[in-house]
Design a protein around this ligand. Structure first.
Ligand code: PGA
Length: 231
């Protein structure tokens, strides 16, 4: 199981250090990923099943891209796990599928683990399952679904940060459909809470969760990892 925390624009350098060090001393079996803001990267001494990753990057080793972070900056901190295609990057920051593909190809050329996020907005969900799946498959246009280091996160846009999680049936249906073509681990994300973690992780094709809000408290995140360890 993979239990991942996306800090988004939360936590600073000091609180990230506290969080990472706390999780690092817990001795879990699950695979744990923590995506802090760039400014909180550090040379953490992590146990092998924990990785600190990047929420974003610009697809370049280095260069003149004011305000962006390239791989020179990630490699300084041994970052080799990245999030790509998160709904906030697609829908709030306006990242196109073309830009997402460039990032994917670049991260792949660097042999990074890629947590690739897909998910439908509310108006598509309201059209029913077929519309949802065709929307999601379009988000795989240009993406190598056979990449060895791929992890896919299904995160319905309307469920992210809203407190409204998808139903277990809806999650199962999407993950089953994805599983028909994708062998990579499949995560669910969207208002996952400590109380809902067990039921979600028990869904047949669910290999983990990507959590925002409910993971920002280190004790709650540790509880989610413990739930996963005990399954
Ligand atoms: P949330 O965020 O848990 O706050 O809904 C999930 C995510 O954006 O990955």
């Amino acid at each position: 199981m993979i239990i991942a925390s996306n800090f988004k624009t939360n936590h600073n350098r000091a609180t990230t250090k506290k969080f990472v060090n706390f999780i690092n001393t817990q001795h879990f079996f699950s695979e744990v990923r923590i995506f802090p803001p760039f400014s909180a990267f550090d040379n953490f001494d992590l146990t092998p099943n924990i990785k600190v990753g990047a929420q974003n990057f610009y697809p370049t080793q280095n260069g003149s891209f004011t305000g962006e972070i390239g791989f020179d900056q990630l490699e300084e901190f041994d970052i080799d796990s990245v999030l790509i295609g998160h709904s906030e990057r697609r829908h709030v920051l306006g990242e196109s599928q073309e830009e997402i593909c460039k990032k994917f190809d670049f991260a792949k050329s660097k042999e990074c683990e890629i947590v690739y996020c897909v998910g439908e907005p509310k108006e598509i969900r309201e059209l029913g399952s077929d519309a949802v799946m065709s929307y999601i498959w379009e988000q795989f246009d240009g993406i190598d679904i056979d990449y060895d280091e791929l992890i896919v996160a299904y995160e319905p846009v309307w469920a992210i940060g809203t407190g409204l999680s998808a139903t277990l049936e809806d999650i199962k249906e999407v993950l089953d459909n994805l599983r028909a073509n994708i062998k990579a681990p499949l995560l669910y994300g969207g208002s996952v809470k400590v109380e809902t973690t067990k039921d979600i992780l028990e869904i047949e094709n669910c290999d983990g969760v990507l959590v925002g809000t409910a993971s920002w408290d280190m004790k709650d995140f540790a509880k989610m990892i413990e739930i996963s360890d005990n399954l």
